[in-house]
Write a protein that binds this ligand. Structure first.
Ligand code: PGA
Length: 253
C-alpha cells in the first residue's frame, strides 16, 4: 500500500525569510533538484505570504510547489489581516497547512476552526495539510492516541480524499526542540491515523499521505521516512536553507 503513495516533503518556513535570502536558497534548491533529474516525491515550500509572488517566479519550471501556512475559512470579507484559500490559490499555491500547533496555541484555534479552514481549502480546489499532535504532558499521561483520535474526528471535514487531503502528525513536544519520538512510536501513531482514516473515508484513506513533522533533519530523515505509513515529512527549521533541506528531499529520490 505505502509503495503506491508518492511521498511529499514539505517545508514550513513559519515567520522566517526575507526576499533576497529566500530567492537565493530556493534557486539553489531548484538547481539541485534539476541536476538530480526525477525526484520520487513531491516537494513543497510554504513561505510567508509576501514571498509567494517572488518565489513563484523562481519555482516556475521546477518541480517545487508553493503553499500557504494558514487561511481564513471565508472566501473574502471584512477580516483584517487574514488571507483566504482562494487568494492563496490565486497566488499560485497548491496546498495550505491548517491546524499547525503554533496556530492552535498562539491563536487559540480549535479543531472546529481547523475543520472550517480545511473545508475552505477544499472549496478553493487546493490540498489541505491538516496537522495533529499531542503535547508532552498528554504523552506522559498516556493520552497520545486519544488526543489524536479526537483531533482527527473534529478537524477533518467531510469529503476528504487522497487528492485533497494530507495529514501531518506533529508531536508538539518535538517541534523545534531537536527531540523526536522513537520510530516505534511514530509507527504506532501513523498506523492509528491510517486506521481512523480508513474507518471514516473508506477507500480514499488508502492513498492519503501521512507526514511526520517535528525536528526532521538530514540525520534522522532516512529512518523516519522508512517507517510504515510515513509518506513524507513536514519540515520547519531544516527547510530554510537548500543546504539543510536538499538532503531531506534526497531521501525520497
Ligand atoms: P521543526 O518544525 O522541523 O522546526 O521542528 C516542524 C513544524 O512545525 O512543522
Amino acid at each position: 500500500m505505502a509503495a503506491k503513495v508518492r511521498p511529499l516533503i514539505a517545508g514550513n518556513w513559519k515567520m522566517n525569510g526575507l526576499k533576497s535570502s529566500a530567492l537565493r536558497e530556493v534557486k539553489k534548491l531548484a538547481g539541485r533538484m534539476h541536476k538530480a533529474g526525477r525526484t520520487g516525491c513531491d516537494v513543497l515550500l510554504c513561505p510567508p505570504v509576501p514571498l509567494l509572488a517572488p518565489l513563484r517566479v523562481v519555482v516556475k519550471g521546477s518541480r517545487i510547489a508553493l503553499g500557504g501556512q494558514d487561511c481564513h475559512a471565508a472566501a473574502n470579507g471584512a477580516h483584517t489581516g487574514d488571507i483566504s484559500a482562494e487568494m492563496l490559490a490565486d497566488a499560485g499555491c497548491g496546498y495550505v497547512i491548517v491546524g499547525h500547533s503554533e496556530r492552535r496555541a498562539d491563536h487559540g484555534e480549535s479543531s472546529r476552526d481547523v475543520r472550517a479552514k480545511a473545508k475552505a481549502v477544499h472549496r478553493a480546489g487546493l490540498r489541505a495539510i491538516i496537522c495533529v499532535g499531542e503535547t508532552g504532558a498528554e504523552r506522559k499521561r498516556g493520552q497520545t492516541l486519544g488526543v489524536i483520535g479526537k483531533q482527527l474526528t473534529d478537524s477533518l471535514p467531510k469529503g476528504c480524499t487522497a487528492e485533497n487531503t494530507v495529514v501531518a502528525y506533529e508531536p508538539v513536544w518535538a517541534i523545534g526542540t531537536g527531540l523526536t519520538p522513537t520510530v516505534d512510536d511514530v509507527a504506532q501513531v501513523h498506523a492509528f491515523i491510517r486506521a481512523r482514516l480508513q474507518r471514516r473515508f473508506r477507500e480514499h484513506a488508502q492513498g492519503m499521505r501521512l507526514l511526520y513533522g517535528g525536528s526532521v533533519k538530514a540525520s534522522n530523515a532516512v529512518e523516519l521516512m522508512a517507517v510504515a505509513n510515513v509518506n513524507g515529512a513536514l519540515v520547519g527549521g531544516a527547510s530554510l536553507t537548500a543546504g539543510d533541506f536538499w538532503p531531506i528531499v534526497k531521501t525520497c529520490i
